[in-house]
Design a protein around this ligand. Structure first.
Ligand SMILES: [Zn+2]
Length: 433
């Protein structure tokens, strides 16, 4: 209710959407860049708070007691009473392979019964089975599936994600995947930041011609760039995939075409990929299970975001996974993501990833929250745009059905998401899906 005596009060902000009576508002205390060290444990909590937005962006936040003197609601404004619940920025899933056809449950069964990687590959499993299925799928089929995945992400509190191509491994299908990303991002509340990953694997046609496929990937950069289909270029730099020198060649060409860089680094073996990512000034360097001490030091000194994917290592039964605690303690800026894909991580849940970051990688719950929101934004190209609450940032918010933020990682396997707000609009609610 707006009182007449406050209508023309100077300094008030207009709002078309507010959340009131928030028990704990996790602002992430947004600063100028990604957070490290003690800052990366600071959730910027305001207790008994309000959060107000205008035209999809945060207009103000603060103690509930200051609400009426701070905010003026415009006619028709949406008001949500949080009833003492926790409100946090929507999760940013900064590493996914969200566009693909088929599943690989059979392969999971074989692996769980003890089959080796080579036995699985010999039976036609592995990444090439997803490549075959994705090449065969129509654009419409891929759009429908991807929209379904985005629905599930949204129900788990994710409001933005990064999404890679890389299941085409030829120009036609790579472009099809990236067009599906663009179309789904347009149609769905969850927006997708696109990454071209033609260098995800060597396709069967080039099995005996590595140089030929690297030339092919470099040729693909021009049309992908011209059609503005991707912001990032990424390479799977690891044993059995692209070498450090091959990755360098591709990424340097990508940069000439205007792509920002990402790298799948040091997942299977240490190859020096992390050092390459830092040297090239990549936006992010992802996986890092086998990262060297030198790589950790370089990450600590660089602006490259360390992206850890604990759901992948846990799903593959590889413990303990990346040296999360050492990376944080060294001063690296760390984000976490799902790595959602049909082979090595079928989970789309950022709260699950937070639990694994805490229980397996040695994060504190506060570090996991920052890594899943504010720092993830910097890895996904949304740095300073989303992932925290301060004036001008995206009004992408999650209301959790709890009074204590610790419950989000602690209540492992339970979806505590109550309401999701994207760009100032409630888009998902437990009571009204
Ligand atoms: Zn990946």
């Amino acid at each position: 209710m707006v009182h007449a005596d406050t209508v023309r009060r100077p300094g008030k902000v207009f709002a078309d959407m507010v959340i009131t009576n928030i028990g704990q508002l996790l602002t992430m205390n947004p600063g100028k860049g990604p957070k490290r060290g003690a800052e990366a444990r600071d959730l910027g909590i305001i207790e008994n708070a309000f959060l107000a937005a205008s035209q999809g962006k945060v207009a103000a936040c603060g103690p509930q007691a200051a609400f009426s003197e701070t905010v003026e609601l415009v006619a028709g404004a949406t008001v949500i009473d949080a009833g003492g619940k926790v409100v946090a920025p929507g999760f940013i899933d900064c590493h996914t392979h969200v566009v693909f056809a088929g599943w690989r449950g059979e392969e999971y069964g074989m692996r769980s019964r003890g089959a080796s990687y080579l036995e699985i590959a010999a039976k036609g499993g592995g990444i090439m089975s997803t490549v075959r299925a994705t090449r065969a799928a129509s654009r419409e089929e891929l759009i429908e599936r991807t929209l379904g995945f985005l629905d599930e992400m949204l129900s788990l509190g994710t409001t933005s994600c990064e999404g890679k191509s890389g299941y085409g491994l030829n120009l036609e299908t790579e472009i099809k995947q990236l067009e599906v990303i663009r179309e789904c991002s347009r149609l769905h509340p969850v927006d997708i930041v696109p990454t071209f990953m033609g260098a995800h694997a060597f396709p069967p046609e080039f099995k005996h011609d590595r140089k030929g496929y690297i030339d092919e990937v470099i040729r693909m950069l021009e049309p992908v760039s011209r059609l503005k289909l991707a912001r990032f270029a990424d390479v799977f730099c690891d044993v059995g995939n692209f070498t450090v020198e091959e990755s360098r060649l591709i990424l340097e060409e990508a940069r000439k075409h205007g792509f920002e860089l990402k790298l799948h680094a040091d997942e299977l073996e240490n190859t020096g990929a992390t050092e390459l990512a830092c040297e090239l000034g990549a936006v992010s360097c992802d996986h890092l299970i086998k990262v060297s001490q030198r790589g950790i030091e370089m990450l600590a000194e660089s602006d490259t975001i360390t992206v850890l994917l604990p759901a992948t290592s846990c799903f593959l039964g590889e413990f303990p996974g990346a040296p999360g605690r050492r990376l944080i303690d060294s001063g690296a800026a760390v984000a976490i993501a799902t790595d959602f894909n049909p082979g090595t991580c079928t989970a789309m849940s950022m709260p699950l990833v937070m639990t694994l970051a805490c229980s397996v990688l040695g994060f504190s719950p506060e570090e996991a929250f920052v890594a899943a929101t504010w720092n993830a934004g910097w890895a996904a190209g949304l740095g300073g745009i989303a992932g925290g609450f301060a004036q001008g940032l995206a009004m992408d918010a999650v209301i959790f059905d709890t009074q204590d933020y610790l419950d989000v990682p602690y209540r492992f396997g339970t979806n505590l998401v109550h309401t999701v707000i994207k760009a100032g609009k409630p888009v998902r609610s437990k009571n009204n899906k």
